[in-house]
Write a protein that binds this ligand. Sequence first.
Ligand SMILES: Nc1nc2c(ncn2[C@@H]2O[C@H](COP(=O)(O)OP(=O)(O)OP(=O)(O)O)[C@@H](O)[C@H]2O)c(=O)[nH]1
Ligand SMILES: C[S@@+](CC[C@H](N)C(=O)[O-])C[C@H]1O[C@@H](n2cnc3c(N)ncnc32)[C@H](O)[C@@H]1O
Ligand code: SF4
Ligand code: SF4
Length: 356
Amino acid sequence: MTVQLGIPQVLGNRPRFEGLRDRYGRVATDLRLSLTDKCNLRCSYCMPAEGLPWLVKDAVLTAAEIVRLVGIGVDSLGVRELRLTGGEPLVRADVVEIVAALRAAHPELPIALTTNAVGLDRKAAPLKAAGLTRINISLDTLHPETFAQLTRRPFFDRVLAGIEAADAAGLGPIKINSVLMRGINDDGAADLLAWCLERGYELRFIEQMPLDADHGWTREGMVTAAEVRELLGERFRLSPDPRARDGAPAERFEVRRQDTDEILGTVGIIASVTEPFCADCKRTRLTAEGKVMSCLFSHEEVDLRELLRSGASDAEIASRWQDAMWLKPRAHGMDHTGLGAADFVQPDRTMSAIGG
Ligand SMILES: Nc1nc2c(ncn2[C@@H]2O[C@H](COP(=O)(O)OP(=O)(O)OP(=O)(O)O)[C@@H](O)[C@H]2O)c(=O)[nH]1
Ligand SMILES: C[S@@+](CC[C@H](N)C(=O)[O-])C[C@H]1O[C@@H](n2cnc3c(N)ncnc32)[C@H](O)[C@@H]1O
Ligand code: SF4
Ligand code: SF4
């Protein structure tokens, strides 16, 4: 069950410090902010086929509230990069205005967006003009029927058009996120990599995590990072990318053909389940309704919207945000790693409602 933490419940005696520190010595500098819980796809590993009521309009942070919170993060709490996500951030009608306002306030801040690319064909150029730095796009398959099966919507062509538009608009380096589901799209992993390499996109395979609405995830059923390396190894040769990982979820590999030394590009593997990276986590999250989630799997949420709307000062909001992050769990919402362990409890929220 999710616990809403208010100020009195939060540690009253945490040490005073700068920035978003936690009890395990980590410092969050990477803010992931959800613009909406709504989505126009229904990926089976994230949302239910039907249902899941949206937040009411008043509950969602306004553009001005978003700009204020990001300002507090950047100016007072050491946030150094921002990712806009969702739900599907492009379904928000004011997404371009939000990016423009954030860019005006923070000329040097890297601002990235994670999207399913439906509607991006029309929005890529305006987003670039508004100041978006780069974009990550989800694409699990190159087969329209498999796409429709996985996302429960027939929008494959629209996604391809969106990817092309993002590339043409200069929103690179374009990263493609792909979740492999056993028996559905795992046989297309090497084809998807070849397709991305030809176009200069960086593909990343993500291990499926237990954040689906249907609670259908099992540790045995998911496709592991080791299996991904094996699947790709049938056609390519992977070797560790010498660049520093620097706390990034993705472990990168250089990709070569079996018979040559020429590097064709890189591929990433985000192994949240089998090779977790929680010890180096730099992330803090804000949900679309302004709650801090210190970890993707947090069972505690700390409300900043209520403070915003009750006239609190920037310093009070910053302090509450620090309280929330001080309580960040060590890993996977617990004091140890273990998605699928006996004591792991899946959060009430789906990935779409957290902000993936
Ligand atoms: N367990 C875990 N997984 C995460 C976390 N952040 C991102 N991921 C996973 O990584 C996937 C890709 O995230 P993106 O939104 O593309 O961002 P990113 O990989 O952090 O961004 P880049 O800076 O472009 O590499 C997400 O869909 C999640 O599955 C995190 O804090 N914890
Ligand atoms: C929640 S979505 C939000 C942004 C946008 N709608 C999209 O799909 O890119 C962000 C990322 O989360 C990933 N994701 C969703 N559910 C997941 C799960 N259960 N396990 C791992 N990744 C998941 C998606 O593949 C996507 O790349
Ligand atoms: S993964 Fe993204 S596109 Fe798919 S249902 Fe979740 S929020 Fe929507
Ligand atoms: S599971 Fe939590 S602690 Fe681990 S990397 Fe993700 S957000 Fe960070």
